[in-house]
Design a protein around this ligand. Sequence first.
Ligand code: ZN
Length: 209
Amino acid sequence: MLIDAPSPLLDANDIRALFDLALLAARDWHATCPVQQGFAPWPEDLVYVSREAVQIPGLAHMVHDPGAASEASRALRDAILAVAPFAEWRLTYTEDEVGADFLQRFGWFELAGPEGHFLTDHARITVGFWGANLYYPRHQHEPEELYTIVSGKALFHADGEEDQALGAGATRIHAANQPHAMTTSDSPILTLVYWRGAGLADPPRLTAA
Ligand code: ZN
């Protein structure tokens, strides 16, 4: 699964600077969006920790095509792309759960949170990427969730709601333990996602059939 880092010449300070820039871009994104501000205040207790990069197959897909940004989201998209080779990417699901193709073209990392590149106990802020033509099966988690679309687009599904097609700049909330799913078609999607409430460090789990 692991591939060589594309920029071996960067030292720890350079990498730290890339994470700082990504965090600043995310804070700016939050500061200009009333929905994000209403969902949760920006955490003020953030402490950077050095984490070993974990690279995944989906990283190459993201760098090749992260999806279309809006004027407002371009800075965050590009800051995420710059730091992506150094992030501790996670896949969470098994091939039995989501299939081999999904695991080749999906991934997420925790920018800030209980196990993030920046530690905080007050929020979990993650970056998620899905390639084109993927179905993210119904899943759920205890924390409430706010998706923000940084680039690309997808069709969002949730129990009890109409499907919603969302692109760069759009937001969407999922309630605590509300099963939800997502379908990409001709575009990938890159998201910045907030969790709030109990269970911030828990992984999402697929909803039982
Ligand atoms: Zn979710």
